[in-house]
Design a protein around this ligand. Structure first.
Ligand code: 4AZ
Length: 806
């Protein structure tokens, strides 16, 4: 559970009120009049009525039944307020918002209401206290005379009542101007912000969607797109486990462009989505899918008795529902101990006592997202694990695996990390964080190497190379470039490369402030749609309009990752949504065979050698392939993943299976996919786009890792574009002009079998990725002086346009 900004606001409002109250006697009479001016204060509340059956008509605020019950509730509320002198004095009016079924399925209903008061600022605190202390009326209260109120004919049996000041950002719009939609989610559908996806949302919105499922069901709401202003005080969405915006039932508040799970599940059959924007800065908005799931579908907890197994929080990778508890009893063979490893862990906010949402292992509570130890060993063959979520602020939850181990040594012959992971001893002090908590890289001496401020050891040749190899930048401090040009990126390059029309620094700083302007069309000129030439290197989608007709900045909805890549490492696991154009191609009966890149909502680009018939398998048949999009871990589907069949395969007509020339193929999907933050295309470079040698490039795929075997999680690694002349030399004159080499000359980082067809992705200075190559072939994998070979995509730009129209 997180402390919400709404709560902070309330606290500061109350503090202001107290301060104002303290200062009041010292103000001049004029000021005191101003301070005492009444202001509107809105409370949102709910009450439970025990002797009323929920009628379907209560879902419709314009029905006679709704009006009738609202009148009764309004009268009761008035009576309740009349019993308290503060409430009675400042009360203005009530408005009944909605009704829902009581959660136990008996004859009870819940009423949601708003009460408005006009109160002088100094009295706000006492009003807050008064409203917080209201209680259901007792029978005798109706009998008292002199209140001006009659006992209603059908007395409502109120069993509980609560109210809180409403989130002030929701009250800036008058009730009448709020747009409220009542939706039944029995048939799945979508809600979206106004204008989405064609235009930006308008200013000053205050919208609510009340979502109801059938009794005995939960509401599920999954955001597939969410791009709002980055300041939640201005624009935000908020989801509640209620039909009214009651803070103690808030499930989440989001703004900006979040990348964690945005799938929410209610505890009962209701949910509320609110969307508020202020008058400035408008963004694309959101689209979310609603549906219902039977309450009985939750399967969590139970007895686990095998030697190893998996378990996870309910509905993972969706956020867990509020008010949920699960208990797992693990019991392994008597002579063994149990080890539990949390693979993912996002359970509320970190706090000392984990009072809200938590996992409990034999009495020890875990919460937050940054576990000190991800592996927990239990010196027993039995362990009880509990999961608990409270009524507000949910999170993604956890996945865990448990394993029985032989008692005394949890890491026989290996290094035991502080988080209890076991790794090979040879990985200690190798400059990489193999444990995940860096404990394998502590207390290392660095003979013959550079010692970073964070104690990592790196090769001395990496010092002052313009890159943050240490992770804390200490290898790039105190660097100078005597006699050379000092790029803004800290690289040192030859002065002769300044103003040569090429971006040698990587950040273009060697091409700024140049007086010579190249005029004529050259091999590197970009041709605008109006056929004008732009003599700037790689002007497309760089955020600056260079063509008068804007064509260099058109069609730029591509190449954006949810993450900015930071540290340089060998092969490591990608994060969900990091490579949204990466596709896994499955051949029926064989599983994952090749990678591919998403070019649009219908088209993929892969390698021609992936779709050549073999003696046993007809790999050229489109209907035998399946494309998996938005995947990070093979076979792990979630709300971000999609599967499509393949309608058509177009291999290059001149693919040469003897020398791998023209190793490129287009695939058309049988149905278009929804483009989301996890499924989005990479930018196609124009035929004149230049990927210079030495440029950083990223390889990605589920293919064989250096340790052998395919990887379940999408792997990524940073390599460099390698000079074609040298590459041809390294690979014994087998590299054609249609190929581009990339790798690490010293070996160890490379694509391999199973990565074929996947992307070689290169970022432009603004962080947008372009498809430089299609993984094609190599002389082995990861060998020294044997870079990987990729199909040079720029040579096929016209072929792609001709075959797919893109
Ligand atoms: C393959 O067999 C393969 N090292 C792909 C890439 C590379 C080697 C082999 C590059 O599909």
């Amino acid at each position: 559970m997180k402390l919400s900004t709404g709560v902070c606001l309330l606290i500061s409002a109350s503090l202001l009120a107290v301060m104002a109250g303290l200062l009041w006697p010292f103000h001049s009479p004029k000021e005191s009049v101003e301070i005492s001016e009444p202001v509107k204060r809105t409370y949102i509340g709910s009450m439970r009525i025990d002797n009323q059956r929920f009628l379907p008509e209560y879902e419709d605020p314009s029905s006679a039944q709704f009006a009738n019950l609202s009148a009764q509730v309004g009268q009761q509320l008035k009576l309740i307020y009349s019993k308290n002198s503060v409430l009675a004095k400042y009360f203005n009016h009530n408005s009944i918002q909605a009704f829902s079924e009581g959660d136990s399925g008996d004859d009870s209903i819940v009423v949601y209401y708003e009460s408005e008061f006009d109160v002088p600022v100094p009295q706000q605190t006492s009003l807050d206290e008064a409203i917080g202390s209201v209680e259901p009326p007792t029978g005798s209260q109706w009998d008292q005379q002199g209140q001006g109120l009659q006992k209603p004919t059908d007395t409502l049996n109120i069993s509980s009542i609560t109210a809180q000041a409403m989130d002030q950002r929701l009250t800036t719009t008058p009730l009448a101007e709020r747009k409220i939609f009542n939706i039944h989610v029995r048939n799945p559908g979508h809600v979206h912000s106004p204008g989405f996806p064609g235009s930006l949302y308008p200013p000053n919105i205050n919208m609510q969607w009340r979502l109801r499922a059938d009794p005995g069901h939960r509401v599920r709401l999954e955001f597939h797109n969410l791009v709002l202003e980055n300041n939640c005080q201005h624009d935000f969405i908020k989801v509640y486990d209620s039909l009214a915006p009651i803070e103690k039932h808030a499930l989440t508040e989001q703004c900006g462009n979040p990348h964690h799970s945005l799938s929410f599940i209610s505890s009962g059959n209701i949910m509320l989505l609110t969307f508020v924007t202020n008058k400035e800065k408008n963004f694309p908005g959101f689209r979310a899918k609603y549906s219902q799931i039977p309450l009985t579908n939750q399967s969590c907890g139970g007895a686990l008795t095998g030697d190893k197994g998996l378990f996870s929080s309910p509905f993972f990778p969706s956020n867990y529902p509020p008010q949920t508890s699960c208990v797992w009893n693990i019991e392994v063979a008597k002579e063994k101990f149990v080890k539990v490893r949390f693979k993912k862990f996002f359970v509320g906010s970190q706090s000392k006592r984990c009072l809200h949402d938590y996992v409990d292992i034999n009495g020890e509570r875990l919460c937050g997202s940054d576990l000190k130890r991800t592996v927990i060993t239990i010196k027993s063959n039995k362990v009880t694990i509990k999961f608990n979520s409270d009524s507000s602020y949910v999170d993604q939850g956890f996945t865990a695996e448990y394993e029985a181990f032989n008692r005394p040594d949890p890491c026989p012959g290996r290094f035991q990390c502080s988080n209890n992971l076991c790794i090979s001893k040879s990985l200690q002090c190798d400059g990489r964080n193999d444990c995940g908590d860096n404990s394998d890289e502590l207390n290392c001496t660095c003979p013959g190497r550079f010692k970073c401020s964070n104690n990592l050891c790196i090769s001395k040749t990496l010092q002052c190379d313009g890159r943050n190899d240490c992770g804390d930048n200490s290898d790039e401090l105190n660097c100078t470039c005597p006699g050379r040009f000092h790029c803004s990126s800290n690289l040192c390059i030859s002065k002769s490369l300044q103003c040569d029309g090429r971006n040698d620094c990587g950040d273009n700083s060697d091409e700024l402030n140049c007086t010579v302007v190249l005029q004529q069309c050259s091999t590197f000129s970009f041709r605008c749609r109006n056929r004008h030439c732009i003599n700037k290197l790689n002007p497309e989608c760089d955020g600056v309009q260079d063509c008068v007709d804007g064509s260099d900045e058109a069609d730029c909805e591509c190449g954006r990752s949810l993450y900015r890549n930071t540290r340089i490492v060998g092969g490591e696991a990608s994060r969900e949504g990091e490579w949204p154009w990466q596709v896994s191609l499955h051949f029926k009966g064989l599983g994952h065979l090749c990678g591919a890149s998403l070019l649009s909502d219908r088209w993929l680009l892969t390698a021609a050698h992936c779709v050549q018939d073999t003696r046993r398998h007809k790999l050229s048949q489109a209907d035998k392939w399946e494309a998996l999009l938005g995947f990070n871990v093979q076979n792990e589907t979630n709300e971000w993943t999609a599967k499509r069949g393949v309608k058509r395969i177009i291999p290059h007509y001149f693919y040469n299976k003897y020398n791998n020339d023209n190793d490129i193929a287009l695939m058309e999907l049988d149905a278009s996919v929804n483009l989301t933050q996890h499924i989005s295309p990479i930018c196609l470079p124009s035929s004149t786009y230049y990927f210079p040698s030495g440029r950083d490039a990223w390889i990605t795929g589920w293919g064989s890792t250096m340790l052998g075997g395919d990887s379940a999680t999408l792997q990524k690694a940073k390599v460099k574009v390698i000079n074609s002349w040298f590459c041809d030399l390294f690979l014994s004159h087998t590299v054609t002009d249609n190929m581009l080499c990339a790798g690490v000359i010293s070996g160890g980082v490379d694509t391999c079998q199973g990565d074929s067809g996947g992307p070689l992705s290169v970022a432009n200075p603004s962080g947008r990725f372009f498809l430089a190559g299609v993984t094609s072939w190599g002389n082995g994998c990861g060998l020294m002086y044997r870079p990987g070979v990729y199909t040079r995509v720029t040579n096929y730009r016209r072929w792609i346009k001709y075959k797919s129209g893109l």
